[in-house]
Design a protein around this ligand. Structure first.
Ligand code: SF4
Ligand code: SF4
Length: 510
């Protein structure tokens, strides 16, 4: 009797791999695929710089203020939630990277002391503070300078250092995208880790610059003869700029989704695989219990509140009260400087001191109430719960950026029409300013509240999961502490977003 065929010991679960899709997959893996996505954004950036310097100084009539502050930010949060880090993937600031890389071949690595997220936390804080203080949203010329500053900083850092230091350690936009891409449903993963174990070149991280094949033989058959060989692309493909090693990637943090790893891997062993929303947030040890990463995500959630506070009228009362209390007016300072000092105080308290005090207090209280003070350091107690600030923070930013996006959605059309008309191109006709008319603010308010509540619910769910993992039978005591902090932040968010907000960058606000 013939023996029954044995069932395989392990059948890999079929996974969705975006890079296997017929057209999109080919385009993304194509050597010039990223450049094809970057060129349109480069042209857009040049257009914004041009209009910023030469167009109307009125924010709601200039592409430089409308496109980045109203439309770009709304689209970015949506893309992060639904797909992934699409902006970094098509970021135009890194286009001069190849030239910069040639200059940096003999360069050094970024200083060890700065290889963390503290610099990114500072640049995020500085960008949001300058945005409010200098009214970047209202100044096309200043916005154009910000875009130029991005190009310059990215190029200089790429040229001086061997790795993509700007993306990984400095860029505030990238840091925002890294943080919230942790909820995205796509992630770089290897198809078969056994292939990586025997891979000699590790091209996904080292790149395949060699004009000659480095690995001549991939597999040796049973007769000792090679059964498969491959050659490197003679033009070379860069490896991962942020120095992620594909077989070890478990998080979207630091991944710009550039897909250089997929192009460089000679074994076609990398995919962009589907996963559950925020799947990585509940996995232990993924974020390495680092204070810098923890305070990046915690600080961004608080910055979401502070940034929204800067758009409602009570902020002006508070700034006046601060100026009077600290006697700033009596010092003979200019109004702009007084505003800057008062606003800086609000930012330092709201996005610096409050996050530090509340999270350290919550961690200490949770340790005491769960009687784990001897077992866990304060760092362990705090950093394990840092991921719970991601969904709530994203809820704040969706509510904030979504508001600008929806209130200013139609305004891009007449602004573009006017731009063309000013340059003698009348193909789109007269500007139709009616498209920028008042949207249904009640509906938008309801959507904002929903975004905050959904983010809050996801953060609570995550907290109980982490508390269960960390404190087991004592989980309730640990969970309650963090849930109280989340509830206070959620209520603050609901109050902020229920206030009349400035419709910045729209014709209704000028
Ligand atoms: S992903 Fe590709 S290049 Fe990287 S180690 Fe695995 S097989 Fe080698
Ligand atoms: S792992 Fe590195 S090379 Fe691969 S997509 Fe992410 S950033 Fe790019």
């Amino acid at each position: 009797m013939a023996a029954k065929p044995r069932a395989p010991l392990y059948t890999p679960r079929p996974r969705f791999n975006l890079l296997r899709l017929p057209v999109i997959g080919r385009l993304l893996r194509w050597r010039w695929g990223r450049l094809a996505l970057q060129i349109p954004l480069l042209l857009l950036a040049l257009l914004l710089i041009y209009d910023g310097f030469t167009g109307s100084p009125i924010a709601s009539r200039n592409l430089a203020t409308i496109a980045p502050w109203v439309h770009y930010r709304g689209l970015v949060v949506l893309a992060l939630l639904l797909v992934g880090n699409l902006f970094c993937m098509s970021c135009p600031f890194t286009i001069p990277r190849t030239l910069a890389k040639r200059l940096s071949l003999r360069g050094r690595r970024f200083p060890r002391i700065l290889r963390n997220k503290w610099l990114a936390i500072f640049t995020l804080f500085a960008l949001f503070f300058c945005y409010e203080w200098l009214d970047l949203w209202a100044s096309p010329a200043l916005t154009a300078w910000v875009i130029i500053g991005y190009f310059a900083a990215s190029f200089v850092l790429e040229a001086v250092f061997t790795e993509s230091a700007f993306c990984k350690y400095v860029c505030p936009l990238g840091s925002f995208n890294f943080t919230y891409s942790t909820v995205s449903p796509l992630q770089i993963q290897v198809k078969n880790s056994a292939v990586c174990a025997s891979c000699v070149g590790k091209e996904c991280v080292n790149g395949s610059y060699s004009p000659q094949p480095v690995i001549l033989v991939d597999e040796i058959g049973i007769n000792g003869q090679p059964v498969k060989t491959h050659e490197h692309n003679p033009q070379g493909t860069p490896g991962c700029g942020t120095l992620l090693f594909a077989p070890q990637i478990q998080s979207n943090m630091d991944c710009t989704l550039c897909l250089d790893c997929a192009r460089a891997c000679p074994h076609d062993n990398i995919g962009l695989f589907g996963r559950g929303f925020g799947a990585e947030l509940s996995r232990p040890k993924l974020w390495h219990n680092r204070y810098d990463i923890s305070f990046l995500v915690i600080g961004l959630a608080w910055l979401g509140l502070v940034n929204a506070f800067g758009m409602i009228s009570p902020v002006y009362d508070l700034m006046q009260a601060l100026a009077a209390t600290f006697g700033l007016t009596a010092l003979g300072l200019s109004d702009k400087l007084i505003e800057g000092v008062a606003l800086l105080a609000i930012f330092i308290v709201g996005a610096g001191i409050l996050p530090l005090i509340t999270t350290f207090a919550a961690a200490a209280l949770a340790r005491a109430m769960t009687r784990t003070a001897k077992r866990d350091t304060l760092r362990i107690a705090l950093t394990n719960f840092a991921p719970i600030f991601v969904p709530l923070g994203l809820g704040f930013w969706i509510a904030h950026y979504g508001y600008h996006f929806l209130t200013g959605l139609g305004s891009i059309v007449p602004v573009f029409q006017e731009f063309l008309q000013n340059h003698g191109i009348g193909v789109l006709g007269e500007p139709n300013w009616a498209l920028g008319s008042a949207p249904n603010l009640e509906l938008i308010g309801a959507a904002q509240a929903l975004a905050v509540i959904i983010g809050y619910a996801a953060s609570l769910w995550l907290s109980q999961k982490i508390a269960m993992r960390l404190y087991k039978r004592q989980m309730l005591a640990g969970f309650v502490v963090w849930a109280l902090l989340l509830t206070a932040m959620m209520l603050a968010g609901l109050w902020l977003f229920s206030q009349p907000m400035e419709m910045r960058g729209t014709i209704l606000f000028d």
